[in-house]
Design a binder for this molecule. Structure first.
Ligand code: GLV
Ligand code: MN
Length: 194
């Protein structure tokens, strides 16, 4: 988790250059009630995307009052059949609670063991820091999850996007070798994420 706070609060001054452990604080005399509240997770996200899902971020960049406090949250909306694709958070353990819908929630250990369960409203999951995980809506209605992290900026590496949609692109030879497939397969996947 992130380092312990050194003061009551430190509302991030996002205009200042980033430091090792977060952002400088905006002057306390400029802090108002509004700084401590954030409505960015109030509305349903747009799931009209190739994955059929949306992740709204409630991290320090969106909600500067989280600066140095070592926690943050996301709102995950997933359409029926949609997927929050396999990804990892390099700086945080994640926990989540299903608010509505029916989801296949899975995580994969560093020993390549898959752990899954079907969850419905009120049920929780946890993903230890850095492990690959996903959620798929296996129900007939919209699914909604709120997730929490022990970092003010957990980061997210979406595995497919990271490998096949990077800039510049990972050399095709690297990917054909890594995945043991023909170049045409790599080209096809790259074309989806490029
Ligand atoms: C879900 O896995 C999330 O990162 O919010
Ligand atoms: Mn996650």
């Amino acid at each position: 988790s992130d380092p312990d706070p050194l003061q009551d609060f430190c509302i991030a001054d996002l205009q200042s250059p980033i430091s090792l452990t977060g952002f400088p604080c905006k002057p306390a005399s400029n802090v108002t009630s509004n700084d401590f509240f954030f409505n960015g997770l109030a509305q349903e996200g747009d799931t009209n995307s190739p994955f059929g899902s949306s992740v709204l971020l409630g991290n320090v960049l969106a909600f500067p009052a989280l600066n140095t406090l070592g926690l943050s949250m996301n709102r995950v909306d997933i359409a029926p059949g949609g997927l929050n694709p396999p990804h990892t958070h390099p700086r945080a353990t994640e926990t989540g609670v299903v608010i509505r819908g029916k989801l296949l929630v899975g995580l994969i250990s560093t020993s390549n063991v898959l752990y899954t369960k079907n969850l419905t409203a009120g049920e929780m999951f946890v993903v230890p820091r850095g492990l690959v995980h996903f959620q798929m809506n296996i129900g007939e209605e919209k699914a909604l999850i709120f997730t929490a992290f022990n970092s003010h900026l957990p980061g997210a590496v979406i595995v497919s996007l990271n490998l096949f949609g990077s800039r510049p692109s990972v050399p095709t030879d690297v990917l054909t070798k890594a995945f043991q497939v023909e170049q045409s397969v790599v080209d096809q996947i790259k074309s989806k994420f490029g």
